[in-house]
Design a protein around this ligand. Structure first.
Ligand SMILES: [Ca+2]
Ligand SMILES: [Ca+2]
Length: 467
């Protein structure tokens, strides 16, 4: 018997059958150097509008998938048949944009979207733009950009002339020292400065609920604490992962802005052993857990904000066998919901004891929280475990969730993408992919997750410094 779906709580897709969870992995085994596969996996939308509906590229694959075999295919048969089907349509042009499917896959554009086409590398003719060295890294262009992006002001004519007179080595040194100087300014690190802008979609402030400084009419939590931890983790060679893993809080002093770690704040209530950076801040618990028993929204928001994966867009799906168990009886086992909830529910279990809005127990870690406050939600609600899964890997609790997440490629990719969008002006394009991958890999493997050191790489990329 079908249980009625409770809309709003569950994340469901239309249709009966579903996208095959192994599809993204098999695709990347077939095209390991495709931009969609470098450090991540392609979203379901490569082949589907919303699973199971296929887009034009997915539909063109169907007749080549184990032709003659009975439908539906098992996951195993599907995985065996997909590489040959992909190869069979490589020369075709599913979306009619004149670029073959193979060319689009290799250059990182969408084979089912005629608006997404590979751009020819710029024609670097001379005389097109005499002011700048178009198509190649131009230190003068980068210099102007660094002052604008990090200091919020254009260089004066005298500064530009002085810069141009320097040797190549002198120009590089000045770019580095100006970057370091400008990242100490209020424009970069102060309240509502550049770093705070990067934090907005992660924190999702709501002025009417703000407590403390700039309090609103219903003061529930002070999210300036969240901005302070975020900014601290981005600055001065600190480890950017601590936005997810910090056991400390950060106090902000003004004029000039300074951020310093502290062991307690009057506005924060989760004890040290249960803290996971901004995932467990008062504001995150108040605004993302709110009144819910199983905090799926808090889990999905953390996944999106810090790991760059949006489950509602079918990104980062790692179905856990046997899930979702539907402990809170929301009907998420219906096939259209299970596609996302097999990932989302086990992602949410480690939040089970973090309380949202509940009077004196608000924004706290409460052992047996479901037993104490939510036992009437569903007969099986109290069976919800605290252990869960992230990226298909078991995690004991939210601290381990945060640790695994912070150490993942997804974290580094997401963090560097934020700066790429802010500084280059858009998400990395297929043409920029090599520089982008080199930048996030060095951020992770060489720079110890120091944003400051990563920025010195980023301002040297052609993506940033070629006019
Ligand atoms: Ca095409
Ligand atoms: Ca296309």
């Amino acid at each position: 018997m079908l249980r009625r779906l409770i809309l709003g709580a569950a994340l469901c897709l239309s249709g009966e059958a579903l996208a095959k969870p192994p599809a993204a992995g098999v695709f990347c085994d077939t095209y390991p150097s495709a931009p969609a596969c470098t450090g991540r996996q392609p979203a379901c939308t490569l082949c589907h509008t919303a699973p199971p509906q296929r887009n034009v590229f997915g539909a063109s694959l169907e007749p080549h998938l184990a032709p003659g075999a009975a439908r539906p295919l098992s996951d195993g048969d599907f995985s065996m048949a997909l590489p040959a089907a992909l190869r069979a349509v490589e020369a075709a042009d599913a979306d009619g944009d004149s670029a073959s499917n193979l060319e689009e896959i290799q250059r990182g554009t969408l084979p089912a979207d005629p608006a997404s086409v590979p751009v020819e590398p710029g024609l670097c003719g001379t005389g097109e733009n005499s002011q700048y060295d178009v198509c190649r890294y131009d230190p003068r262009f980068a210099y102007r950009r660094v002052l604008l992006d990090f200091c919020g002001m254009s260089p004066t004519y005298a500064q530009v002339k002085a810069f141009a007179a320097l040797s190549e080595e002198g120009q590089r040194a000045l770019l580095d020292s100006e970057l370091d100087r400008c990242t100490t300014t209020e424009f970069w690190r102060g309240k509502n400065g550049q770093l705070w802008k990067l934090a907005h979609p992660k924190i999702r402030p709501v002025g009417s609920l703000k407590a403390g400084e700039d309090a609103g009419p219903i003061p529930l939590a002070d999210y300036y604490d969240d901005y302070a931890l975020y900014a601290y983790a981005q600055l001065d060679g600190h480890d950017a992962r601590e936005v997810m893993t910090a056991k400390y809080f950060v106090r902000r002093q003004t004029q000039p802005t300074r951020y310093s770690p502290v062991t307690s704040l009057p506005s924060q209530f989760v004890e040290e052993s249960r803290r996971a950076g901004n995932l467990t801040s008062s504001w995150s618990l108040i605004s993302f857990v709110m009144f819910t028993a199983l905090p799926r929204n808090a889990a999905a928001q953390s996944y999106r904000a810090y790991l760059g994966l949006d489950i509602a867009k079918q990104e980062g799906l790692h179905s856990v066998p046997g899930e979702p168990r539907d402990y809170d009886a929301k009907g998420v086992q219906a096939p259209a919901c299970a596609a996302c909830h097999a990932t989302l529910d086990p992602l949410s279990y480690p939040f089970r004891n973090y309380n949202g809005i509940a009077g004196a127990a608000s924004a706290r870690y409460v052992p047996d929280r479901l037993e104490l406050f939510f036992s009437d939600v569903a007969p099986t609600i109290t069976q919800t475990p605290e252990a869960g899964y992230l990226f298909g890997q078991p995690v004991r609790d939210l601290m381990e969730w945060a640790r695994v997440g912070a150490d993942s490629d997804a974290f580094a990719i997401s963090a560097v993408t934020d700066y790429w969008k802010l500084l280059v002006g858009h998400a990395p394009t297929a043409e920029e992919n090599d520089e982008f991958v080199a930048t996030w890999r060095r951020f992770k493997d060489t720079h110890g997750y120091s944003v400051q050191r990563m920025l010195h790489d980023l301002i040297r990329t052609e993506a940033y410094g070629a006019p």
